[in-house]
Design a binder for this molecule. Structure first.
Ligand SMILES: [Zn+2]
Length: 148
């Protein structure tokens, strides 16, 4: 698979990881390791709101709760959490609902610009894009093959 890493979008992902670690150290860092948080630029505001909502829902339980992994899969945004067994069931359910809503919301947001979007099949891989960026992605590299 051709990857174009460390273009400006990649730097935006890295910068966003730092913002999350700085602003929500208990939830996203856990002190021991940095979880995979690769959120495309267009989804970052919605993901940040999710983290804020989750932290608010957890209240006193935030220290024993972690966003353990977040990644973009073929199915879209996937957020995994780990938590201490002492966390009350209703709190866990509330957090689950917040995560499910965020995962659903970003499926209608362009991952590149944050405008309204939908899922597209770009070279047999799902992408969530507005019409403008879907068009750009479809034609990206179509007429030029610098590596050839
Ligand atoms: Zn877009």
């Amino acid at each position: 698979m051709r990857e174009k890493l460390l273009d400006e979008d990649a730097w935006a992902v890295i910068a966003f990881q730092k913002v999350l670690r700085d602003e929500h150290p208990a939830l996203v860092s856990g002190g021991r390791r940095i979880p995979c948080v690769s959120i495309p630029r267009g989804w970052q505001p919605r993901y940040k709101k999710l983290i804020e909502d989750v932290e608010a829902a957890l209240g006193e339980w935030a220290p024993v709760f972690r966003i353990s992994q977040t990644k973009v899969t073929e199915g879209g945004l996937a957020v995994a959490v780990t938590f201490d067994s002492a966390v009350p069931r209703e709190v866990v359910h509330q957090v689950d609902r917040l995560i499910a809503q965020a995962e659903e919301d970003v499926s209608r947001i362009c991952e590149m610009c944050g405008e309204e979007g939908r899922e597209w099949d770009i070279r047999n891989w799902p992408r969530w894009l507005c019409v403008t960026h879907a068009f750009a992605k479809c034609h990206e590299g179509a007429g030029s093959r610098p590596e050839a």
